[in-house]
Design a protein around this ligand. Structure first.
Ligand code: PEP
Ligand code: MN
Length: 338
């Protein structure tokens, strides 16, 4: 909708209408008592209607439909369910819990983590083989060796694998070992990577960027969907706020907002939001209560020895206690978590 300024002249309105036609859209002019509004009907692909805002006599350009048609609930009204394996789904009645270390550090660490989580009914093992670290001198992950370890340890325990893919050129490699591709917060707007994930047949967990709006998150998801991959889930992991006592501020309000705007499953990562292990269970409970379809939680056999994110990683017994609580909340909202 092009909202003309209060005193726009008929010539200015005509210029806007002509431009809309030239761009291949259909204009609908309505003259109000105060001002004229020009409706624009059509599909915006290669033309950019924002440029109309620079015309004389135009007050603003208002988008009526959103920019994420495939991700929107209008397109797919029913909640979407992603089947990761027979009996393991994201988006259904079961709140899917994914757990494991921040980074794959070696076989024994991963085995201990896998044993701890699989004993509690968790079906998906997380662990980074390629790590996006703030400092180039921090542990960067084991790369393909880490992927091999993930696959072999997960198979031993009957688990699925979710792991981060950092770059578009790695999508094929990571997809060879992983059941679910994780796109990290720092890469939410890496459009080449999103397009490469769109061409993959693996489900994708797309994490919200550190300073991304919900609209930007949904448009990022749209890249993957538009590429032909319909198996996309979103992940809230906290955005950067002004509060220094937590690592990130988890936007719990975005759960009902996302549920309204999209039918894609929504996962919450309480670990990266909290930054401290003792905050994790409360955030996980709140997430499930607010409608999260899944949780992704960092668990390390010995958090004090972790090569990354030790402070926010739960040890096996705290994770077991959290699972008990989460199951209670899940039951209270008509779901199950184990
Ligand atoms: C992670 O899951 O270990 C991670 C790096 O998360 P994020 O992209 O949310 O920071
Ligand atoms: Mn981490």
């Amino acid at each position: 909708m092009i909202v003309m300024a209060a005193h726009a002249s008929p010539a200015q309105v005509r210029a806007v209408v002509a431009r809309i036609r030239l761009l291949g859209f259909t204009p609908h002019v309505s003259h109000g008592r105060e001002r004229t509004i020009v409706g624009v009907v059509g599909h915006e692909t290669d033309s950019d209607l924002e440029g109309l805002g620079a015309f004389e006599g135009v007050e603003r350009v208002v988008r009526v439909l959103n920019d994420y048609p495939l991700a929107s609930r209008d397109f797919h009204p029913a909640d979407r369910v992603i089947e990761l394996a027979p009996g393991v789904s994201l988006g259904g009645a079961q709140v899917l819990v994914m757990a494991g270390p921040c980074a794959v550090e070696g076989r024994s660490q991963l085995e201990e983590a896998a044993a701890a989580i699989s004993g509690l009914g968790v079906r998906v093992l997380r662990g980074g083989a390629f790590k996006p670290r703030t400092s180039p001198y921090s542990f960067q992950g084991l790369g393909e060796d880490g992927l091999r370890l993930l696959r072999s340890v997960a198979d031993e325990h009957g688990l699925l694998v979710i792991t981060e893919v950092l770059a578009s050129e790695d999508v094929e490699l990571v997809a060879r070992y992983a059941d679910v591709l994780q796109v990290g917060a720092r890469n939410m707007q890496n459009y080449r990577l999103l397009q490469a994930c769109g061409a993959s047949d693996r489900p994708v967990l797309l994490k919200r960027g550190l300073a991304a709006t919900i609209d930007e998150l949904l448009q990022a998801a749209e890249y993957i969907l538009a590429g032909g991959n319909q198996q996309v889930a979103l992940c809230e992991r906290g955005t950067r706020g002004f509060e220094p006592t937590v690592r990130f501020s988890l936007d719990i309000t975005s759960l009902p907002v996302l549920k309204r705007l999209t039918s894609l499953p929504v996962v919450v990562d309480p670990s990266h939001a909290a930054g401290r292990a003792d905050y994790v269970p409360a955030i996980a409970r709140a997430a499930v209560a607010a409608g999260a379809d899944g949780l992704i939680v960092e668990v390390h056999p010995r958090p004090q020895e972790a090569l990354s994110d030790g402070a926010q990683s739960l040890d096996p017994s705290s994770f077991a206690a959290m699972m008990e609580q989460v199951e209670g909340i899940a039951l209270a909202v008509g779901r199950t978590a184990r």
